[in-house]
Design a protein around this ligand. Structure first.
Ligand SMILES: *Cc1c(COP(=O)(O)O)cnc(C)c1O
Length: 351
């Protein structure tokens, strides 16, 4: 090791799902939406004037913030936007988790949380889920410097009620509680209304999943104006121009057309419910999902074998070689045609 390497900030990075370069694959591994975004997005980009690119974008991304505020019936001062919810969450960790006490999150959850805790030097403790992967709100009364919970949870897909979330938020007035609602539009009820009642609650959502815009990178947080101000102070201490002009234009158009994404979410929900039946018939077990993916385990065949066999057939799903979840595959809900191809392949593999 070179001498200077002693002074390097060393990180064990998050490993995102594979993005294969081949064209004719069925990609059910990163919870992307199989449908295109709203036609209003296409129109906004077609009307985008490239001459404007020479100018810096609006550091406040006001157009987008106002559109989101309008859609969710909150004030613009209660909305923060960032480059995907990963950016928003990382910044929220940096802003709110600044205590010597450990932050808490479930032992099985989005695997970025411990990565952010490490990089921002935040002490953390993981809290075990129940054996059926549900969450016990009573455990979140331990002394802590903050809490983060994905609801629905990843990779299990399990949705906890607003009542359960409220128990955690109300029991922790001394900490900021972040609820990551990346998958809330697929059938759960958002805890956004609780932000009016609790000043320590930050709700984070994304345009990547339900709005089919993973490629343009838009995430947002809603909370009381004081929380949002603290986040903006940190953001403007790092990089003022996080949201580029095309993202602001596309995102504004998408935010104003919520009817469209609600329609595609309904299609995905219907496909998901049919997939639950088909997979059960094939001998899979899974927690009940209210997200756009299913976390499945086969009664007899190993997850890793199925994963590899599917890959040979150019069907990509997600598998983790981690002790707690190595028996499971996470399958993103695609179009019904993609799901049919998946079922055909599975029937062949399980024979
Ligand atoms: C996908 C996902 C995100 C981040 O998505 P972005 O594309 O960065 O908005 C955040 N949290 C969870 C639980 C996710 O699954």
């Amino acid at each position: 090791m070179a001498e200077w390497e002693n002074n390097v900030r060393k990180a064990v990075p998050y490993i995102p799902g594979e993005q294969p370069k081949e064209k004719d694959i069925i990609k059910l591994n990163t919870n992307e939406n199989p449908y295109p975004p709203s036609p209003a997005v296409k129109e906004a980009l077609e009307n985008f004037d490239c001459k404007e690119m020479r100018l810096y974008p609006d550091p406040e991304a006001s157009e987008l913030v106002n559109a989101i505020a309008g859609e969710y019936k909150v004030k613009p001062e209660e909305v923060f936007v960032g480059v995907g919810s990963d950016d928003v969450l990382s910044l929220a960790f940096m802003t709110f988790f600044n205590s010597d006490r450990p932050i808490l999150f479930p032992d099985i959850t989005y695997s970025f949380y411990d990565v952010w805790a490490e990089i921002h030097k935040i002490p953390y403790e993981t809290v075990p889920l129940n054996s059926d992967f549900t969450l016990d709100p009573e455990v979140y009364t331990l002394e802590n410097g903050g809490i983060v919970i994905a609801n629905p949870n990843a990779p299990t897909g399990i949705y906890e009620t607003v009542e359960t979330i409220e128990k955690i938020v109300s029991a922790n007035p001394g900490s900021v509680v972040i609820i990551d609602e990346a998958y809330i539009d697929f059938g759960g009820e958002s805890c956004l209304p609780l932000t009016k009642k609790y000043d320590n609650l930050l709700v984070v959502q994304t345009f990547s999943k339900s709005r089919s815009m993973a490629g343009i990178r838009i995430g947002f947080a809603i909370g009381n104006a004081q929380l949002i101000k603290y986040m903006n102070d940190v953001k403007f201490s790092i990089n003022s121009y996080t949201m580029n002009r095309t993202a602001i234009a596309a995102g504004t158009a998408a935010a104003k057309d919520s009817e469209y994404y609600k329609g595609t979410c309904e299609k995905i929900i219907r496909t998901r419910e049919r997939a639950k039946n088909a997979l059960t018939r094939m001998g899979f077990e899974f927690p009940d999902s209210k997200s756009n993916f299913l976390f499945v385990k086969h009664k007899t065949v190993e997850a890793k074998t199925i994963f590899e066999e599917l890959k040979k057939r150019k069907i990509y799903v997600r598998y983790w070689d981690k002790p707690a979840i190595k028996d499971y595959l996470r399958i993103t809900v695609g179009t019904s045609m993609e799901m049919q191809k998946l079922f055909d392949a599975l029937t062949e593999i399980l024979k």
